[in-house]
Design a protein around this ligand. Sequence first.
Ligand SMILES: NC(=O)c1ccc[n+]([C@@H]2O[C@H](COP(=O)([O-])OP(=O)(O)OC[C@H]3O[C@@H](n4cnc5c(N)ncnc54)[C@H](OP(=O)(O)O)[C@@H]3O)[C@@H](O)[C@H]2O)c1
Length: 332
Amino acid sequence: MKAAIIMTTGKPDIIHWNDVANPIAGSGQVLVRTEAVAVNPIDTYIRAGIVKAVLPNPYIIGGDIAGVVESVGPHTQYLKPGDRVWGSNQGLAGRQGTFAELCAIDEQWLYPIPGGVSSESAAAGALVGITAHLGLFLHGGLQAGETVFVNGGTGGVGSAVLQLARAAGATVITTAGSAEKVAACQRLGAAHVIAYRTEDIDRRFAEITATTGPIQLWFETLRTPSLDRCFSLMAPRGRVIFMAGRDARPEFPVGPFYVKDLRAIGFAMFNASSVEQRVAAMALNPMLADGRYKPLIGARLPLSDAAKAHQLQEDKALNSAGTLMGKIVLKP
Ligand SMILES: NC(=O)c1ccc[n+]([C@@H]2O[C@H](COP(=O)([O-])OP(=O)(O)OC[C@H]3O[C@@H](n4cnc5c(N)ncnc54)[C@H](OP(=O)(O)O)[C@@H]3O)[C@@H](O)[C@H]2O)c1
């Protein structure tokens, strides 16, 4: 089969679309014929060697997948050939990634694709949807009626947080980098959108929170958070979620934090157990089916263009190029 592989870590051009041996479904695994995959920032950190990982050699890149079960290995419990499945959390902890025509994946990381949902949509919504769900509900304890802020309402994580929080009955405030993205956030259900490149952010926050009240849950997707601004806008006992910026060392305004009884919560989705991730995935499925969760797709490429996809993702997440709205999806 063909796969997007690396032999060493480095820049996007070390990714090659090569022939490799077909994987074999081991105990508890199924063989999935890939229909769509999506790129996440973590894929680029692993490829670049920024996130240190012991990688198989060659290493197949990628974590998200949607496809069809081709065959099942021994000791599998619930999947059968022909089932449509989506999953995430591959390419980690010694596991091969998903940017290949066939993937052998532990059943525990796969979920059914609801009828009527495309493979592209299921792949695009995978890691970011599970991340948003874990952050909002497992870690953040979101309640209906609360006010949520998330940066980047058309980003991968941001657009999922926006839609899931909205569906849970929260009022959502978000940011976007262009008029087109502001309009997209409004279509996704944001109550208030700050055009962060052109508007006075502090003035807009003041206007908005004068109507919504202070923020109960702040979901920080930026690697460079402004904690003075954040803490000043929070309600007493509000929760601030940190989930980006491994190297970030911002100043922490202790006084404004403790006098409001604020809580700081950090999490990484891949620390969640397969059971916790399945709970999130199975909660996303009905929302994918009825359109409450519509993963945004900004670019579609052939899987053979994985190197180009990594460059696009890096420009977007690390260099804030603002060139894309939503996920990059690739198909074999
Ligand atoms: N902890 C975890 O489990 C976990 C899971 C997934 C992702 N992450 C991390 O979360 C971060 C976001 O991931 P992603 O997949 O959502 O990335 P993404 O799809 O590339 O989105 C990045 C977003 O950031 C916005 N943005 C950039 N600069 C901004 C600024 N100055 N002010 C406001 N918004 C700004 C962009 O908005 P515009 O496009 O409108 O400019 C875009 O919406 C990454 O650092 C990633 O590594 C962590």
